[in-house]
Design a protein around this ligand. Structure first.
Ligand code: C2O
Ligand code: CU
Ligand code: CU
Length: 508
């Protein structure tokens, strides 16, 4: 059976304890490791990209858990940084040479950025073992938290699970202004947080099985820290959340004494929203980002605020989903609650601030008057398809041909007998203009028009739930010479690897 949904692990019960505090234990005891923050060297070191950079993909030994070191596949620079947090100014050139020291093909894909096919790092341009490849392009996109990761055909899920992913922060004047206004300091009160669940065995080895479905883990890491805590003051924090998990969707909330706190959603995948939106939870699917402001002014020293994933209905409605199978790594079931990061309020330090009601020139809502292209997401019980096409089963042909400069509406409909699919397009950012047929747990977050706060931003990945139809506005203007091929795929990496992907040719 193609499904791995581990029902008997649920029956055993308490397996969430692997990722969450054991029953009766206070969170303080369980969250024993300081959150890894970008530093000067090592995993996730800050790296300002103002000159050419060499990144070597290889295997590093990292002490990520007590006991044995873990073999992590990472991108290492010449100064000891592994999977550096890259910082680049909008308009500057990113010049990265990838050297492949793995025993298999790999790439670097610049998730969310507008680049030509040659620099896109998709499976169309694999870098063979011991080869080098130069990615060189101007960063044209707005400030925001983007990310980079491996993307070879069939092996994206395995390689990202092993570690080949990092964060990329684009900065510009608009973002600088907001930082100044809110007195935010990168690395102190403005923090990039990469959330990933991993399957780890008792010997601290990362395990990703070939040909598996929907790879979900038994532990959650933030910035490669398991059960992390962060000491905070009673002030404002900007947290930039990236879901770099293979397949897990989180329903993120900040709870104090079990009650969700309101927070401000200020940005999405591709930068700031027009203004802040006060919410108390946000669904974050693989590939997506959420930029949030959390005001701790009303908390007291000694309080503990938990970043959690609230329980939700995973809606795995597809045929075969209920087939149970024993699995060696006992993942926490999809949709079950997870405790992710403990914020320990320590110091009293109220910094008064005024949240501006407009902070970005996101622009008006796009016009609805463009040709509509329709996509249906479905399964036959064996494979996942987009419009009946499976990328690998259909010989990698270009199935969508878009004229350069076209403005289009893409309408994506997910079957009811399906599961949630985070759909991602390379090269072009988009806006969501309509969402209908949403399940109650999504409707609850939507305003009158059916759109959620996240839908109001600029995105590169959109979560489409079973039964939903989502409309996107796209603009295929670009000034790259000739025709360019991009991938449109599900960012559940196992779905992508198994061909839930289309080649989109933007004609020359
Ligand atoms: Cu995050 Cu096709 O990629
Ligand atoms: Cu991408
Ligand atoms: Cu999918």
């Amino acid at each position: 059976m193609r499904r791995r949904r581990f029902l008997e692990t649920m029956a055993v019960g308490g397996l969430a304890a692997l990722a969450s505090p054991a029953r009766g234990q206070s969170p303080v005891a369980a969250f024993a490791r300081p959150l890894r923050l970008p530093g000067r060297r090592g995993l996730l070191a800050w790296t300002v990209v103002d000159r050419p950079l060499l990144l070597t993909a290889g295997i590093q030994r990292e002490p990520i858990l007590p006991g044995r070191t873990t073999d992590l596949w990472g991108y290492r620079d010449g100064h000891g940084a592994v999977n550096p947090v890259l910082r680049v100014r909008r308009g500057h050139t990113l010049d990265v040479t990838l050297q492949n020291r793995l025993g298999e093909d790999t790439t670097i894909h610049w998730h969310g950025l507008h680049v030509d096919e040659r620099n896109d790092g998709s499976g169309l341009h694999p870098v063979a073992p011991n080869d080098v490849y130069v990615y060189r392009f101007a960063v044209r996109n707005r400030a925001g938290l983007y990310w980079y990761h491996a993307h070879p055909h069939h092996r994206t899920g395995a390689q990202i699970h092993q570690g080949l992913a990092g964060m990329l922060i684009v900065e510009d004047e608009e973002d600088d202004a907001l930082r100044t206004q809110l007195d935010l300091t990168p690395g102190v009160t403005d923090l990039p947080l990469m959330i990933q669940d991993k399957a780890i065995d008792p010997l601290n080895r990362l395990r990703h099985g070939m040909g598996e479905e929907d790879w979900i883990g038994n532990r959650v890491f933030v910035n490669w820290t398991a059960q992390p805590f962060l000491d905070v003051a009673t002030r404002l924090y900007r947290l930039r959340l990236l879901n770099a998990s293979n397949a897990r969707v989180y329903r993120l909330a900040f709870t104090l004494h079990g009650v969700p706190l309101p927070f401000h959603l200020i940005g999405t995948d591709c930068g700031l929203l027009g203004g802040p939106h006060t919410v108390s939870e946000v669904f974050l699917a693989p590939g997506q980002r959420a930029d949030v402001l959390l005001d701790l002014a009303l908390t007291r020293a000694g309080d503990e605020v938990l970043l959690t994933s609230l329980p939700y209905d995973p809606m795995e409605n597809e045929p075969g989903a209920a087939v149970s199978e024993v699995h060696r790594h006992n993942p926490v079931p999809m949709g079950e609650s997870l405790e992710i990061l403990l914020l320990r309020v320590r110091a009293r330090r109220v910094v008064p601030f005024k949240l501006p009601d407009r902070f970005s020139s996101l622009g008006a809502a796009p016009s609805l008057e463009h040709p509509v292209r329709r996509f249906r997401l479905h399964t036959d019980g064996m494979r996942w398809y987009i419009n009946g096409i499976n990328y690998h089963a259909h010989m990698h042909a270009a199935h969508v041909i878009v004229p350069r400069g076209a403005k289009e509406i893409w309408e994506i409909t997910n079957d009811m007998q399906s599961m949630p699919h985070p759909m991602h397009l390379h090269g072009f950012q988009f806006r969501v203009i309509a969402r209908s047929g949403s399940p109650a747990q999504v409707q609850a977050l939507a305003s009158a028009g059916g759109l959620t706060s996240q839908d109001l931003g600029l995105l590169d990945t959109v979560l489409v739930w079973p039964g939903e139809t989502v409309r996107l506005a796209l603009d295929f203007a670009h000034d790259f010479p000739g025709e360019q091929h991009y991938m449109f795929h599900c960012h559940n990496l196992e779905h992508e690897d198994q061909g839930m992907m289309l080649d989109v040719k933007v004609a020359g």
